[in-house]
Write a protein that binds this ligand. Structure first.
Ligand code: ATP
Ligand code: MG
Length: 569
């Protein structure tokens, strides 16, 4: 490709609205442009990269027997009503105003509707179906460029099996294909479990790229044997030990004490584990709201995802007015005993199981109770793992320490089971002639997000640093064209030769441009190897080769240049 003909609108300065590196660099390197919030046009340079990612994905999907489809982005409301997602998707789904149609945020329903009349016998199974296509999600806060867009390209795949063992196989084939894909894309990534209760289990895993721009927090053990999304992570911690002192609980006057820190000072303790903290959540429900009080050790925080997973529904923290209504006190004085609303459900974190000598709010402003014995004093209390893991804690196998890192989710694999097949009545006949729902898996990868994640991990103060298979070009040939025709003649010759050797080369043949400008562009767009032809070196029979990443430079004989380039790519 000749730059004189290529549309590459590079920018010298960072766009004002961009915060994360990949967003800034994708704009500056002329890869994308924003049309409106969360909606981006792929420009030619960006599209080359996205297509490379897609092709890697396509090859790996085909290698495990995947069938490529292309489904419509529009689909009828009725189909989504059948699985309940027309409602459940809420505002995240784009809905067409003048037709009974939605823009698909994902395609389980549509793929299952094709499976239903076609995959009707165990002999038709297994099947792996996929597509690479636009998805539409009305993300509340689109941010960071294409990392979170409202329209983006996803590879979504679905497996259909006749048994759970067969699903395990489809799932592990897919997991391996994902490993291949992200390795080929040059990403440094970690696979984390994403499903509740999974201690190294594999009902659902996410492929995470550690990067500051990430919105997820992942928990990894230092020995590398444990990796989990913080949303479901567990650690090893001793439970709060029972003291069996059998003291009755009694009121403690605690004026102005609102926080656990203040309470710890007041009762002169450093160990906050017996200062039980209460958090009240609202569970929306058809017959009005239900409330749940979550009790944890004073230095712990509720992991809202764990709570949400437990109830299987979106929950929210209670407002102040609601707190007063159910407890009779403000936040800071709430506890499990003497609640105004007796119907509230009480769940304590597992670390507090049957604990005693606890201090907690008395549901009366400025008062706490001490010597609470959960076993004795709180009826119908349940215990669940609801706390958030903290950095530095022991791993569950006690062999290592945990650290927490920000990461970008680039892929997600998930054993769906029979949920969609049952809702849509997609059944097959097994070998005994019995009807069963298809057993499904669902597997996604964000194409633009994968490319942006690569840039997050591979850039420096001068721009992007491409490497490997997703590099848009292998070589940039920079011709420092002057009045002397020789530079152009030699460069044209290099270009022709590299093309004939199938080297992916971008030829900066632009005329009337200062060398400094060309060098900056070359560094910004980050092609791994630069072959620089200028008249000064040519006079000696030489050209210059520069490695973008290390900035290493070689002056080589013109005749040896191509061999050196081939060695470097
Ligand atoms: P997130 O938690 O980041 O919102 P998700 O869990 O909703 O993602 P999935 O439904 O599992 O994502 O989608 C599969 C893949 O599609 C993700 O792993 C991600 O790579 C990509 N993806 C999802 N939402 C977006 C988005 N708004 N913009 C760009 N890529 C996205
Ligand atoms: Mg996800």
């Amino acid at each position: 490709m000749k730059l004189s003909q290529f549309f590459l609108p590079t920018l010298k300065d960072d766009p004002a609205d961009a915060v994360v590196s990949s967003h800034k660099l994708m704009i500056r390197a002329g890869m994308i442009r924003q049309l409106t919030a969360g909606v981006y046009s792929s420009l030619p340079f960006g599209l080359i990269v996205f297509r490379k990612v897609e092709n890697i994905i396509r090859e790996e999907m085909n290698a495990i027997g995947g069938n490529e489809f292309l489904l419509p982005a529009l689909s009828p409301n009725d189909l989504w009503a059948e699985t309940g997602r027309l409602e459940d998707y809420g505002d995240l789904m784009f809905r067409i105003k003048n037709r009974e149609l939605v823009l698909c945020p994902t395609h389980e329903e549509v793929f299952t509707s094709i499976a239903k009349p076609n995959l009707i016998s165990y002999k038709d199974l297994p099947q792996v179906w996929y597509q690479i296509q636009s998805k539409f999600r009305n993300e509340e806060r689109p941010r960071a460029g294409v990392l979170r867009g409202r329209q983006f390209t996803m590879k979504d795949a679905y497996s259909f099996d006749s048994s759970w063992e067969a699903l395990d196989k489809s799932y592990s084939d897919m997991a391996q294909a994902y490993r291949n894909i992200f390795t080929r894309c040059g990403l440094n990534f970690t696979v984390v479990s994403a499903h509740s209760g999974a201690m190294g289990g594999s009902d659902s895993e996410e492929f995470m790229v550690p990067a500051d721009a990430g919105e997820d927090n992942i928990v990894i053990s230092e020995d590398g044997n444990y990796a989990s999304n913080i949303e479901v992570a567990v650690s090893f911690k001793e439970k709060v030990q029972r003291k069996n002192s059998n003291l009755n609980y009694e009121e403690l006057h605690t004026p102005y004490i609102k926080s656990i820190e203040e309470l710890a000072d007041f009762v002169k303790t450093k160990d906050k584990s017996r200062l039980a903290k209460s958090r009240v959540y609202v569970i929306p429900n058809k017959d009005g709201n239900e409330f749940v009080l979550v009790l944890l050790c004073g230095d712990d925080e509720v992991n809202e995802m764990k709570l949400q997973n437990y109830f299987g529904i979106n929950i929210r923290p209670a407002h102040n007015e609601e707190l007063m209504e159910i407890s009779g006190a403000d936040a800071g004085s709430i506890g499990p005993i003497n609640l105004k609303n007796k119907k509230i459900k009480i769940i304590a974190d597992l670390l507090l199981e049957d604990a005693d000598e606890l201090i907690s709010g008395a549901n009366k402003n400025d008062y706490h109770f001490k010597n609470i014995d959960l076993k004795r004093d709180v009826e119908n209390i349940e215990y669940k793992d609801l706390r958030s893991v903290k950095a530095g804690e022991e791993s569950i196998d006690r062999k290592s320490k945990l650290k927490i890192t920000k990461a970008i989710e680039v892929g997600h694999i998930f054993k769906l089971g029979t949920k969609y097949a049952e809702a849509l009545g997609a059944k097959f006949l097994d070998a005994e002639g019995k009807e069963n729902p298809l057993i499904m898996g669902s597997y996604g990868i964000g194409v633009e997000r994968t490319a942006a994640s690569f840039i997050e991990q591979n850039n420096d103060e001068r721009g992007i640093v491409w490497k490997g298979e997703i590099a848009p070009f292998q070589v940039i040939l920079v011709a420092l064209i002057s009045k002397d025709e020789i530079v152009k003649t030699v460069s044209d010759e290099f270009y022709k030769e590299m093309k004939s050797k199938n080297i992916e080369v971008l030829y900066d043949d632009r005329e009337g441009m200062r060398p400094g400008f060309k060098f900056n562009d070359a560094d910004l767009i980050g092609i791994p190897v630069q072959l620089i032809v200028g008249d000064k070196n040519l006079k000696e029979g030489n050209v210059e080769i520069k490695i973008r990443k290390s900035n290493e430079r070689f002056i080589v004989r013109k005749e040896d240049a191509l061999n050196k380039v081939m060695e470097l790519i």
